[in-house]
Ligand binder design. Structure first.
Ligand SMILES: [Zn+2]
Length: 267
């Protein structure tokens, strides 16, 4: 896999919400800027049944470059009705590379915690049945997240802790179960102080992401984020790890390819 423009550094944006209405007006330009910046692929997150449909359309329009996921975000877990929604999710997942984003958010508590756990549990089961990895959002819910990672391990399911800002302890627990850890533009913010966490993740388990349209990295902080700017996050990560940014980009791209089973056209 190589960037088509002879760029020295390649990367894969492992988590972008390109189906978000923030990109409705200029999505093709955003995707083309990502290619120019060295992106080899973008994983387009469907965090609801509605966005999963849009994500799969974007993937179909950008073969071998945009890959879709489908899941129910913990914020929306209260509206999840298993008997009604699981068949639709299964349908949406047929061409998807992962289940998610799903998980637990006890910081915002936008959905009751028991509803969040039920939706996460159902999606873990689907990941198991379909042999797909999980894209997991976790915030202020480490104890329960450990429980789900333990369950996933038993079910032979791996995944990624996306936009990770949790403790070293939870990261180590996930790594031990074969999971990946993904960093977003948050690590470029001045207030980020956890250098140990950036150094701790083994090279073969690291992913990078935009989480666009949110969390634009410095020097674009506050703007609508886009996948091209993942290069700023890679540079920050490379600095913390005393690593080469181009090599780190390539390694994280290989990791994303492995985790999501991305199929590229032979060059
Ligand atoms: Zn997300």
């Amino acid at each position: 896999m190589a960037a088509s423009n002879g760029h020295s550094s390649i990367f894969i944006d492992s988590h972008a919400h390109l189906a978000d209405t923030a990109f409705a007006g200029d999505r093709d330009e955003v995707i083309s800027r990502a290619r120019k910046a060295g992106a080899a692929a973008i994983v387009c997150i469907g965090e609801s049944l509605a966005t999963a449909k849009v994500a799969s359309e974007i993937a179909a329009d950008n073969p071998d470059f945009v890959f879709a996921t489908a899941g129910i975000h913990p914020h929306d877990a209260a509206d999840f009705v298993a008997t009604r929604d699981l068949p639709k999710l299964g349908e949406a997942l047929r061409d998807a590379v992962a289940v998610g984003e799903c998980g637990l958010d006890y910081h915002y508590d936008n959905s009751p915690r028991d509803a969040q756990r039920a939706a996460f549990s159902a999606q873990l089961q689907v990941a198991h049945e379909m042999g797909k990895p999980l894209v997991v959002h976790t915030r202020d819910a480490e104890e329960d997240t450990r429980g789900f990672i333990r369950e996933a391990r038993t079910a032979n399911v791996v995944g990624v802790l996306h936009c990770y800002t949790g403790t070293v302890h939870l990261a180590e627990f996930a790594l031990d179960a074969g999971w990946y850890v993904s960093f977003s533009g948050i690590i470029t913010f001045k207030k980020w102080a956890d250098e140990d966490l950036l150094r701790l993740i083994p090279r073969d388990r690291l992913l990078v992401e935009s989480d666009a349209p949110y969390l634009a990295p410095v020097p674009f902080r506050g703007k609508r984020n886009e996948p091209a700017w993942v290069v700023n996050t890679i540079a920050r990560l490379a600095r913390a790890r005393d690593d080469d940014a181009a090599q780190l980009g390539a390694v994280t791209a290989a990791n994303a390819t492995r985790l999501f089973g991305l199929a590229f056209e032979a060059p």
